[in-house]
Design a protein around this ligand. Structure first.
Ligand SMILES: Cc1cc2nc3c(=O)[nH]c(=O)nc-3n(C[C@H](O)[C@H](O)[C@H](O)COP(=O)(O)OP(=O)(O)OC[C@H]3O[C@@H](n4cnc5c(N)ncnc54)[C@H](O)[C@@H]3O)c2cc1C
Length: 246
């Protein structure tokens, strides 16, 4: 039987109109061990049947000394779990969760360039991986985060990744906006594009390379399409790893 623990919600940050960051403090003493890219499963009081109460969320922060777990969650209209999280969870709420799990993690040593493709809250596991690499000085090649969303107001962690792109030569950051007429005209290190996320990697990686590893995270339509596109471009199965949210 999986071990269930309790955590206290210590902070909630409204990241965009539809997305919140939840900071959980495990109550069972000490930090929770996890590998960046893993998720935790919450048991929410939304159904009588146990399995129908479970919702998984990627851990969005890197392992850190404060031991908090950050989740980045988008509200789904009519979604049972997210309606509960957005409307009934507040500071000091107690949430039941199952220990971190999942195999959407980086293979060490990191020998190939990493291309991290996501839309919306699919960025969560990548944020954990990226911060861990720089926090721990883990040897790596280039890291390219490609984030897709509708408008500038929907971008998650924009300032943070823009700062990182300015500071770290090995990190580059592309933001693809599908419903924005005009792209920001700024002097940031963000590579702004108009359109869907797919165009971004199709253009940047059209010349087949052995030394690149793609990771894709998000909802089914985007993940399936990106995986099929990359394989259609000639990339090998082992070069494309995916995490499906639903
Ligand atoms: C390993 C894993 C990690 C996950 N990590 C995150 C995370 O970090 N952040 C996060 O926000 N979600 C994440 N999810 C999704 C999450 O588990 C829930 O499915 C989501 O929050 C919706 O739950 P709900 O109860 O509100 O909706 P439900 O009532 O369960 O939703 C009903 C249906 O809508 C579909 N659906 C839900 N959301 C969307 C969407 N945005 N677009 C299209 N279809 C959708 C579901 O697949 C389901 O079929 C993750 C899922 C998995 C499996």
């Amino acid at each position: 039987m999986p071990k269930w623990n309790e955590a206290r919600v210590v902070k909630i940050v409204e990241e965009t109109a539809s997305t919140k960051r939840f900071f959980l403090e495990p109550l069972d003493g000490g930090a929770v061990d996890f590998v960046p890219g893993q998720f935790i499963t919450l048991d929410l009081p939304i159904h009588e049947v146990r399995q129908k109460r479970w919702r998984s969320y990627s851990i969005a922060n890197a392992p850190s000394d404060d031991g908090l777990l950050e989740l980045c969650i988008v509200k789904l209209e009519g979604g049972l779990g997210t309606t509960y999280l957005f409307e009934s969870i507040a500071d000091d709420s107690i949430i039941k969760y199952k220990a971190p799990a999942g195999v959407f993690t980086l293979k060490k040593p990191i020998e190939r360039d990493l291309v991290l493709i996501c839309t919306g809250t699919g960025v969560a596991p990548f944020r954990s991986m990226i911060h861990d690499i720089y926090n721990q000085n883990i040897p790596h090649q280039k890291i390219h985060l490609i984030f897709g969303t509708r408008t500038k107001a929907d971008i998650l962690y924009l300032d943070e990744f823009a700062d990182l792109a300015a500071k770290q030569d090995s990190f580059s950051y592309t933001v693809s906006l599908s419903r924005e007429e005009e792209l920001p005209n700024d002097d940031s290190d963000v590579n702004w594009l108009r359109g869907y996320v797919h165009q971004a990697y199709e253009d940047a990686y059209k010349e087949l390379r052995e030394d690149v590893q793609f990771l894709i995270c998000g909802w089914q339509n985007m993940v399936d399409e990106a995986e099929a596109n990359l394989k259609g471009m000639g990339y090998a199965d082992r070069q494309v790893k995916v995490e499906l949210y639903g």
